[in-house]
Design a protein around this ligand. Structure first.
Ligand SMILES: Cc1cc2nc3c(=O)[nH]c(=O)nc-3n(C[C@H](O)[C@H](O)[C@H](O)COP(=O)(O)OP(=O)(O)OC[C@H]3O[C@@H](n4cnc5c(N)ncnc54)[C@H](O)[C@@H]3O)c2cc1C
Length: 309
């Protein structure tokens, strides 16, 4: 069987199948696995470009995170974030990582057959099974945002699925300074036209490097998806005004066209009678890293039970 997408959901889905004895191949178009748990080297440091942190409430996920903590892969970061113009807000414990969030997906992928750098362009019915690109498979999982999954399928397949969830874009700016002139772990910016959130990348990683990662509002990103260079000064300007920092010494900007679903969905995954599965953070009440984990895991279990028959 084939899993397309080696983000967290695809990797945990494939690992669940593999542990149940189902042979599984994982394909991903990225150069590295991890999807939106993306990490890029900036000044030789692993900077988180996508998800800022993870939280864990489900007992199974708590156990996995605790294992990562024990092995030095995850670290408790903070439960308190600043809010621009308002008192700080406290919530669940947020976990960061010394090596970047991608390292957690890589850890979970241990032992899996994963091929990176392959873009699947279609998934079609083929006899009793499927053709994933030109690769035959008895069953297939699309572990990615709905807009990406649905464009691989033809109309006759899409009718078996719930309506596609809509996803919102985000632009992520990485900015570095010679020294730290702010004092927060993370900063929510409410009702701003450009800026939604700023994370202190050094503090979440634990090395205190003076690096911030700022996320734009979906509205600002939607207007600048094809004009990232032009968007950069606006995001930098917003960070400087909101927190009164000097101009950064280096910046880069990344586009997330499908950053997060705009709505919630109660089902944890989709699975058709023809063994086509969809999973990911779009299959959750609250889209986030933990939701992607649980969606991929529950689809993997459901498929393993079915393929066992
Ligand atoms: C800017 C941003 C901030 C976020 N902040 C947080 C946060 O602070 N906390 C939190 O819990 N969550 C956060 N999230 C959400 C979190 O990143 C996601 O919930 C989680 O990573 C989703 O994992 P996934 O496996 O469902 O999807 P993805 O990580 O998107 O994985 C999909 C994979 O499919 C692959 N793929 C797509 N199409 C194809 C194709 N045709 N062929 C081959 N491969 C393909 C992609 O390369 C990708 O690797 C954030 C996300 C973004 C973008």
């Amino acid at each position: 069987m084939v899993v397309v997408g080696a983000g967290l959901a695809g990797v945990i889905c494939a690992q669940t199948l593999r542990r149940a004895g189902v042979p599984v191949a994982v394909l991903d178009r990225g150069r590295r696995i991890g999807g939106r748990m993306a990490t890029r080297r900036v000044d030789r440091r692993p900077v988180d470009l996508g998800a800022s942190y993870l939280t864990a409430a489900d007992p199974g996920v708590v156990a996995v995170v605790e294992d990562w903590r024990r092995r030095g892969l995850a670290r408790p970061w903070t439960d308190t974030f600043a809010v621009a113009g308002s008192p700080a807000t406290t919530g669940p414990l947020r976990w960061g990582t010394p090596f970047g969030l991608r390292s957690l997906v890589e850890d979970l992928a241990e032992g899996l057959e994963v091929t990176s750098g392959i873009t699947v362009d279609s998934v079609r019915r083929h006899g009793d099974g499927w053709l994933v690109g030109d690769r035959p498979a008895r069953a297939v999982v699309l572990a990615m945002p709905d807009p990406q999954a649905h464009r691989l399928l033809d109309e006759s397949t899409r009718v078996d699925l719930p309506t596609a969830a809509e996803f919102e874009p985000v632009l992520a700016l990485v900015a570095t300074w010679p020294d730290r002139t702010w004092d927060f772990d993370g900063l929510f910016v409410n009702d701003h036209p450009v800026l939604a959130w700023v994370a202190d990348d050094g503090r979440r990683r634990g090395d205190d490097a003076p690096v911030l990662v700022a996320h734009s509002t979906p509205g600002f990103a939607a207007g600048h998806l094809d004009a990232r260079a032009a968007a950069k000064p606006a995001v930098i300007g917003a960070v400087r005004v909101v927190w009164g920092v000097r101009a950064p010494t280096a910046t880069l900007i990344h586009r997330w066209t499908f950053a997060r679903p705009s709505g919630a969905r109660p089902q944890p995954y989709a699975l058709t009678d023809h063994q086509l599965g969809l999973c990911g953070d779009g299959w959750a009440e609250k889209p986030r890293v933990e939701a992607a984990f649980l969606s991929g895991q529950s689809l993997g279990q459901a498929l393993a039970d079915r393929l066992d028959l």
